[in-house]
Design a protein around this ligand. Structure first.
Ligand SMILES: Cc1cc2nc3c(=O)[nH]c(=O)nc-3n(C[C@H](O)[C@H](O)[C@H](O)COP(=O)(O)OP(=O)(O)OC[C@H]3O[C@@H](n4cnc5c(N)ncnc54)[C@H](O)[C@@H]3O)c2cc1C
Length: 453
């Protein structure tokens, strides 16, 4: 049986070599898709699912949380011979809401991991997600500019420059826009036949989870943002938060304004009080808001000081959304029903060395760093889910693989965080004087945007 919280150990900081499972050529029917790519430097057997045979050390799995990471992890486990019929998911099937809760910028790389977890092709997933209209929301490039707010309350967009394009990614698409609950709901549609047992339970301890497990030697995967009480370290008071506000837009005057181009996302920001008020604008199709053509999120890193007024910070970002949207020729769609706001704590970027046998805090391991600012939550969640499931099926402990797989993602998040926070003067200067070339300096070189296709 997995150990209790008391047996939580701390592995040494120095790099530990992780034991790989026995390898062989892929068996027929085993290899779903190649995940070729260097964003996570996954071992070959994990990229191609080419391990000799399933040799799990655990006989069942309890997955806590039905967000994207929980769904993906449960789906991959349930597709294996060893865990089929032995996965219990603690949560409720994804609820659909017009409100923009959670992330919408869908890096194309996330689709590779979603598809691999579900055992389907990316194109099948994309077709279902956008009802055959994926090409309308596919982004081939991102353009950046600085905005100004004049005294009369009007917003103006400065000179623009392209800083990310598909040509640096061998012509592959970079990203799409999707409502988070629609993404979760679509993943769910592909897993209803997988024999996963759902329980609407909120465990308060590891032993609660073990009681709900469908086997004698279960592995517990916590995909919720909060750790299980008593596990996952002492909660610290966050030093920083990210404040965010997001809304879908219709595009009645987009062409007349001539700033936003088709198949192009837009980054727009400016410095205020030592941090960047930043935003991204993406094409969006949403079955619950059929008039929506774009979505935008404004976000800002704030320090957790006694002076922090979270509601006031949120109001400024909401004003920016409407003002910049207007300058771009966009109108918010039913903002009273659709606008989402959030104040999310930041964590450190360090890999997590705490280890409790039989348990993994996947939510914590996937989300290390500054949330929202890099639009990397969904791919990180899917990557973490995939790595954890593959390791369990192959019979190796997932934590070291997970820490390793997240390295480039944490680094990219850290660089972005510096440019938006303490060094936002540099980000602001780049946006003002050379928006294209300036931002290219922090351009992703790790293939964390474009997918395989
Ligand atoms: C304002 C904001 C903007 C963000 N922007 C981006 C972005 O642009 N791109 C990006 O990739 N990531 C973004 N993220 C992060 C992204 O939303 C998450 O990292 C991603 O959804 C994976 O989440 P998860 O599965 O790990 O957990 P979460 O989605 O945080 O789920 C936590 C728990 O909430 C519950 N839950 C979640 N969704 C549902 C649902 N639909 N129905 C019922 N219960 C649910 C489940 O119990 C789940 O376990 C953003 C987050 C926020 C708050």
């Amino acid at each position: 049986m997995p150990a209790t919280a008391k047996k939580t150990s701390r592995t040494p900081r120095k790099k530990s070599r992780v034991s790989a499972p026995a390898l062989a050529s892929p068996q027929e029917g085993d290899s779903v898709t190649s995940l070729a790519g260097r964003d996570a430097n996954l071992p070959e057997w994990m990229l191609s699912q080419a391990y000799a045979e399933e040799r799990p050390k655990y006989d069942s799995a309890v997955v806590i949380g039905s967000g994207i990471s929980g769904l993906c992890c449960a789906a991959r486990l349930a597709r294996s011979k060893s865990f089929n019929g032995k996965v219990v998911l603690l949560g409720q099937p994804p609820a659909q809401s017009r409100r923009l809760i959670g992330g919408l910028t869908l890096r194309a790389r996330a689709l590779d991991y979603f598809a691999a977890c579900l055992g389907i092709s990316r194109s099948v997933l994309l077709d279902r997600l956008y009802d055959g209209r994926a090409a309308e929301v596919a982004c081939h490039r991102q353009v950046a500019a600085r905005f100004t707010r004049h005294r009369n309350g009007e917003y103006e967009i400065g000179p623009r420059g392209e800083w990310m394009s598909r040509w640096e990614h061998q012509g592959r698409i970079l990203a799409y826009g999707v409502r988070n609950s629609h993404m979760a709901g679509t993943i769910y549609e592909f897993m209803v036949q997988q024999g996963i047992e759902w329980k609407n339970a909120r465990p308060q301890s590891l032993s609660d989870c073990l009681d709900l497990a469908p086997g004698k030697k279960p592995f517990v995967i916590n995909c919720n943002p909060a750790p299980l009480p008593g596990l996952g370290g002492i909660p610290v008071k966050p030093k920083r938060f990210v404040v965010a506000a997001q809304v879908p837009f219709s595009a009645p005057h987009r062409e007349a304004k001539g700033i936003l181009q088709t198949n192009t996302s837009f980054f727009c920001g400016r410095r205020r009080g030592g941090s960047l008020d930043a935003s991204v604008w993406y094409p969006l199709l949403d079955p619950l808001s059929p008039s929506a053509r774009m979505y935008a999120v404004f976000y800002r890193i704030v320090r957790n000081t006694p002076k922090l007024h979270k509601a006031a910070e949120t109001e400024v970002l909401k004003d920016h959304l409407v003002g910049v949207g207007h300058a771009l020729g966009l109108e918010p769609v039913d903002p009273e029903e659709t606008m989402g706001t959030a104040v999310v704590p930041c964590s450190d970027w360090e890999a997590n060395r705490e280890h409790t046998p039989g348990y993994i805090d996947l939510g914590r391991l996937a989300n290390l760093g500054t949330p929202i600012i890099a639009g990397d939550g969904m791919p990180r969640a899917a990557l973490a889910a995939y790595v954890t499931a593959e390791a369990l099926i192959a019979g190796v402990e997932p934590q070291a693989y997970l820490n390793h797989a997240g390295g480039k993602w944490r680094f990219g998040n850290r660089v972005t965080s510096l440019a938006f926070g303490p060094h936002s003067w540099a980000g602001d200067m780049a946006l003002r004087w050379f928006p294209g070339y300036g931002l290219r300096l922090i351009q992703d070189r790790g293939e964390t945007w474009a997918g395989v296709e």
